[in-house]
Ligand binder design. Structure first.
Ligand code: C2O
Ligand code: CU
Length: 468
């Protein structure tokens, strides 16, 4: 029933039937998107879209070229992305190209790498694409509000030699908080959200639908590119009727594909590339499912028709992206102590250079601090020489998980035994944990380092590193 749906999340069994999700073939999208290097226009403007079940009204969103998520951008590794952003919104904005090892001036951070794009004006982003993989773009201005209203989309950089898959499906997974009339809940600064786990939605979406629907055939191999674009929700994902491998995290290929685990945690802004084979029988459905305490929720459904393909052998790894080796023995180490939030409240911290009490900070919507600073401090966490290896020991002295994101460069986790984990741009750090990351400072510029739970970033969890 109506009330049931919006009181909480929708349980699998009670989901209404939704129309087929229109699926453009990969080849078709690629040719169009890659035609020439002339600027492609991205218009950011309000638009209505049916995201809630059909017995609710359509929702007013802020869209990129008319949809939420915005149009999927596909380019080939080694090409450039040239897009002219036309801001038809009532607020100033910017776009950040999450996970791209980008020219700093194109990173899309107002006040750091560019001036905000004012309403009624345009800005052209033009940058090289050194790496293949699954990336995404989103607003980096008032992001709690602007990403929630819809300014987000997939950015797919294809390998020059396409891997052997039958379908390539970006799946942008999100949750939105809507009112009983299916409008975006416009209270974006709820102190409870800012000081606890962040703004959680009450509907789950996959590619802007409550259930994305992708017809497949038995024996098909699918490349699923999962992108968590939610404000704060950590997804716990599982697949049914699909079996396969993890091929890449945050765009970067694994040297050896890993068997797909039963449950896959995907923190805000993280991506994972899967190759999965359809093992469900013809006439059945396969599923991508989100697991919550009270059960599973369908995110995507794959109705299975009979196919003629024999099961393929296990895939070989995707080709590696350019490597910037991490030199641990010579690394410079810095600490990042995370404090604050509910149940571990700040007693005080610096904010814009001023020492404030916990109470004064709360008044300003600031609940978290890195190394005693709430909000982006005037001085960087570290100034690295180009090529230097930096090691950051992150201590989560709070009662909440955080999704730590470094702009401009990928890092590896330094595991307890000293080995390096896979390259990532966003790492989930659970409550009470200490985690160590290291990266080669190969990309010059000023780069944000922040929690990607957008409410946490807005409430203090941001710092930056400088590479000179
Ligand atoms: Cu996905 Cu600072 O951003
Ligand atoms: Cu956080």
């Amino acid at each position: 029933s109506r009330r049931h749906v919006l009181a909480g999340l929708t349980a699998c069994a009670s989901l209404p039937a939704l129309p087929r999700f229109a699926q453009a073939s990969v080849a078709q999208v690629s040719t169009e998107a890659n035609a020439g290097s002339a600027a492609h226009r991205l218009t950011l403007a309000p638009a209505r879209q049916q995201i809630a079940p059909t017995d609710y009204p359509a929702t007013d969103l802020w869209c990129v070229n008319g949809t939420m998520p915005g149009e999927t951008l596909r380019r080939t590794q080694g090409a450039r992305l040239v897009v002219e952003v036309d801001n038809q919104l009532p607020q100033a904005t910017s776009l950040h190209w999450h996970g791209i090892r980008i020219d700093n001036a194109m990173d899309g951070v107002p006040g750091v790498t560019q001036d905000p794009i004012q309403p009624g004006t345009r800005f052209t982003y033009d940058f090289a694409l050194p790496d293949a993989g699954t990336y995404w773009y989103h607003s980096h201005a008032q992001s709690v509000e602007q990403v929630e209203r819809g300014l987000q989309g997939a950015l797919i950089i294809e390998e020059p030699d396409a891997p052997d898959v039958d379908q390539d499906l970006p799946l942008v997974i999100d949750d939105l908080r809507v009112t009983a009339e299916a409008a975006i809940d416009a209270n974006f600064a709820v102190p409870h959200d800012l000081s606890h786990a962040g703004r959680m939605g009450n509907i789950l979406l996959c590619n802007g639908k409550m259930v994305a629907d992708h017809p497949v055939k038995t024996g098909d191999r699918l490349r699923l590119r999962l992108i968590n674009s939610a404000n704060a929700r950590i997804f716990t994902l599982g697949l049914q009727g699909l079996e396969g491998w993890v091929m890449a995290y945050d765009g970067m290929p694994l040297a050896t594909p890993e068997a797909l685990p039963d449950r896959l945690l995907l923190a805000p802004a993280q991506r994972v590339d899967l190759f999965v084979d359809v093992t469900a029988a013809a006439g059945e459905d396969a599923f991508l499912v989100q697991f919550e305490r009270d059960g599973g929720y369908e995110l995507a459904r794959f109705p299975v028709a009979s196919g003629t393909r024999a099961r393929r052998p296990a895939p070989s790894a995707l080709p590696p992206n350019p490597d910037f080796p991490i030199d641990l023995p010579s690394a410079r180490s810095v600490d990042l102590i995370t404090e604050g939030g509910a149940m571990a409240w700040l007693s005080g911290a610096r904010f814009k250079g001023e020492e404030l009490s916990g109470q004064d900070l709360a008044q300003l919507g600031q609940f978290w601090a890195f190394n005693g600073s709430a909000g982006r401090p005037p001085e960087p966490l570290v100034t690295a020489r180009l090529g230097e290896t930096i090691r950051i020991r992150m201590v989560n002295d709070t009662r909440f998980p955080h999704a730590m994101h470094l702009h401009g460069m990928h890092f590896s986790e330094v595991r307890a035994d000293g080995s390096l984990g896979p390259l990532r741009d966003t790492l989930l750090m659970l409550q009470g944990e200490t985690r160590v990351i290291a990266f080669q400072a190969h990309n010059p510029g000023d780069w944000l380092f922040h929690c990607h739970m957008l409410s946490h970033h807005a409430a203090g969890m941001g710092t930056w590193v400088r590479v000179t």
